[in-house]
Design a protein around this ligand. Structure first.
Ligand SMILES: [Zn+2]
Length: 380
């Protein structure tokens, strides 16, 4: 690609004059202004993009961490590399490590976090367009929020399919299979097998190289055009195509990143001889002085997702409602697919996105954290 195609002037890039750009946040994008806009009901179609970081506080273990002991347990399977667990070819020949891990991170063992409950609040207040989650833990659904508001970009444990004959199995069925024996996780891993053909039954989680659920391909193109604000939480934004959503939303909407690390920053080329400012078309416009100068809509709030969300809710005077939702677990859990076992239609995983853009790829070579970002495991 020619550099000219990547780097453009600010006017060309945003499609807006400087005056128009300055109207979004009065030239000083910050979280206070965003909150004050929320109070004024300025946003009714907030798009959420969430990653592993939002589920860490739910207790979903990080199997890379030596303390969790999970990685140690998996080592005995002599994986060529840790990410082989999610490689379809490896899985067909040796599904044991995956099912062993599954028993450790199985969704029904965890509760939604304040961040998940914040999404539910936005839904209740009719401010939410959609939540795109890279996590497979189904904690968004477990809040009880409307099913059509959540896109599980990399699939989930909610539905399962026989690799051979494609027969579908419910979450309840699958759960019963893998928890048949609870005495010894390491040596007694149960491989769920198809009642029809004896094939391996795999949860509809997107493995590397597999197509994303059809629902993702069907929804995101409209959603990026409709959104009037984007909030990105707890993700390193390295797994594509999901990370690309940040760059696809319209140039005249605010983009907020709530994360421990400043990620997905635009590249800055500096001034050209004719004085035209040039910037990469992809990425947030913060993190570097030269970028900040021209940033009219991107906000970075550094910190733990739950802490930041609680602060935001306090500012919005939503903290009581948030606490109510957090304390009301039993009621909301009635909506989990785990309890009724019939939410298969919501997952719509039977079809697949047919183009190559819909495949899970990494943004950054061999970065292990990127490989694992969609598995609800702690970010770097
Ligand atoms: Zn089968």
């Amino acid at each position: 690609m020619e550099p000219g195609e990547i780097f453009k002037s600010m006017e060309e890039l945003s499609g807006m004059s400087e005056k128009e750009r300055s109207l979004i946040f009065n030239r000083k994008p910050n979280i206070e202004t965003f909150i004050s806009n929320v109070k004024k009901n300025k946003y009714s179609k907030i798009l959420i993009l969430a990653g592993a970081g939002i589920s860490v506080s739910a207790g979903i273990p990080d199997f890379r961490s030596p303390e969790s002991g999970l990685f140690h347990n998996l080592q005995k399977y002599k994986l060529p590399q840790p990410e082989s667990i999610f490689d379809l070819h490896f899985f067909r020949s040796n599904p044991k490590p995956f099912f062993s891990l599954t028993r450790e991170i199985y969704p029904s063992n965890f509760e939604p976090t304040p961040t998940h409950r914040f999404f539910q609040l936005l839904d209740q207040k009719d401010m939410l367009l959609r939540v795109y989650t890279q996590n497979i833990d189904t904690l968004e659904r477990q809040t009880g929020m409307r099913g059509d508001k959540v896109i599980e970009c990399h699939g989930s444990y909610a539905t399962n399919t026989c690799l051979t004959c494609k027969r579908k199995y419910s979450q309840n069925w699958f759960k019963k299979q893998i928890f048949q024996s609870s005495d010894n996780v390491d040596d007694n891993v149960v491989i769920p097998t198809c009642l029809n053909c004896n094939g391996i039954v795999k949860p509809d989680i997107t493995f590397y190289g597999e197509n994303l659920p059809a629902q993702f391909g069907r929804m995101y193109k409209n959603d990026v055009n409709e959104a009037d604000a984007l909030i990105v939480l707890g993700t390193s934004l390295q797994v594509y195509p999901v990370a690309g959503i940040v760059d696809l939303v319209k140039p005249d909407i605010p983009r907020i990143l709530i994360n421990r690390d400043c990620v997905h920053r635009a590249n800055y080329l500096g001034k050209l001889s004719k004085g035209t400012f040039e910037i990469s078309t992809d990425g947030f416009w913060f993190g570097k002085k030269e970028l900040e100068k021209h940033n009219y809509r991107d906000i970075f709030v550094q910190g733990d997702c739950d802490d930041v969300i609680k602060d935001i809710c306090k500012e919005l005077k939503w903290d009581e409602e948030l606490n109510k939702l957090l304390n009301n677990k039993t009621k909301s859990d009635n909506n989990t697919p785990d309890n009724n076992g019939t939410n298969i239609k919501n997952a719509e995983t039977e079809e697949s996105v047919q183009n190559n853009n819909g495949k899970v790829t990494q943004g950054n070579g061999n970065d292990l954290s990127a490989m694992l970002d969609n598995l609800s495991l702690k970010n770097e």
